[in-house]
Design a protein around this ligand. Structure first.
Ligand code: GLP
Length: 254
């Protein structure tokens, strides 16, 4: 692990499995310290290993998630948890159900609300009631998005509806293997909301992300690369990369 100028830490590990287990450790440590912590967790390919490991730990009695509050990060606008292309449905199947998280402790980004703006504000208020985010585990979008905070998202943005970029829509359609059309708008936890988390763990794997990793961690901080704002939070940020994802960095010794 190396500490970077700005105080955040970078850890480059040999394998995807190590990325997954370090991310699972962050969740485990957080709930051991703060059992009723508010936690947000990502969807996508990257966190699958973390979820497998967390479910294993729950079944082995190594972690107690019964009191944690899980706040979802993002969802396509209008999608309900039983829709095919629903990130919420994916999270239930992959993690929330197998880990036995009580329904009362699951907080869903209200992407299907009749009044999304009011519902987004209520979601923020609900998070505040639970003390704000104790932990945010994040993936990195191919265009540098964090959750669905697309390029152009201000670092103080709150939970809201926004348009997805064409590349993000394509990525999403590939993810659902063409089974279904993907809405072109989404609701996302705000970048500002995420940056307030008391611990942020960004996990990235694979050579296809190496260039956006470089831009996010070594490039200028710019609205064009939402992840570049993560570097503002000092020691609250931990970046965990496998060697392939780190291959574009000037210093990968970490
Ligand atoms: C998706 C999600 C993000 C996720 C990112 C990376 O669009 N909205 O929360 O972190 O893209 O996904 P993947 O891990 O599949 O590369």
């Amino acid at each position: 692990m190396t500490e970077q100028a700005g105080g955040w830490s970078l850890r480059v590990v040999d394998s995807y499995d190590e990325v997954a287990s370090i991310a699972a450790d962050a969740v485990t440590e957080t709930v051991a310290r703060v059992p009723d912590a508010a936690i947000t967790l990502p969807t996508g390919s990257t966190p699958i290993g973390m979820y497998e490991e967390l479910v294993r730990r729950v079944r082995a009695g190594e972690i107690d998630l019964n009191h944690a509050h899980i706040f979802t990060l993002d969802e396509y606008l209008g999608q309900r948890p039983d829709d095919v292309a629903s990130l919420t449905r994916w999270l239930f199947e992959t993690f929330l159900t197998p880990a036995g998280i009580p329904d009362t402790n699951i907080h869903l980004v209200p992407a299907a609300a009749d009044d999304p703006e009011a519902a987004a504000a209520a979601y923020e208020a609900d998070l505040a009631v639970h003390g704000g985010l104790e932990l945010a585990v994040l993936g990195l979008g191919p265009n540098g998005h964090i959750a669905f905070n697309e390029p152009g998202s201000p670092p103080d943005s709150r939970t809201r509806v926004l348009d997805l970029e064409p590349g993000t829509i394509r990525q999403s359609e590939e993810y659902w293997k063409g089974d279904t059309a993907v809405p072109h708008r989404a609701m996302t936890l705000g970048l500002g909301t995420i940056l307030e988390a008391r611990r942020i763990v960004l996990i990235v794997s694979g050579a296809s992300k190496s260039e956006i990793v470089r831009a996010s961690l070594e490039g200028p901080q710019t609205l064009d690369v939402p992840a570049s704002w993560l570097r503002n939070v000092g020691s609250r940020l931990e970046v965990v990369l496998d060697r392939a994802a780190a291959s574009g960095l000037s210093d990968t010794a970490g």
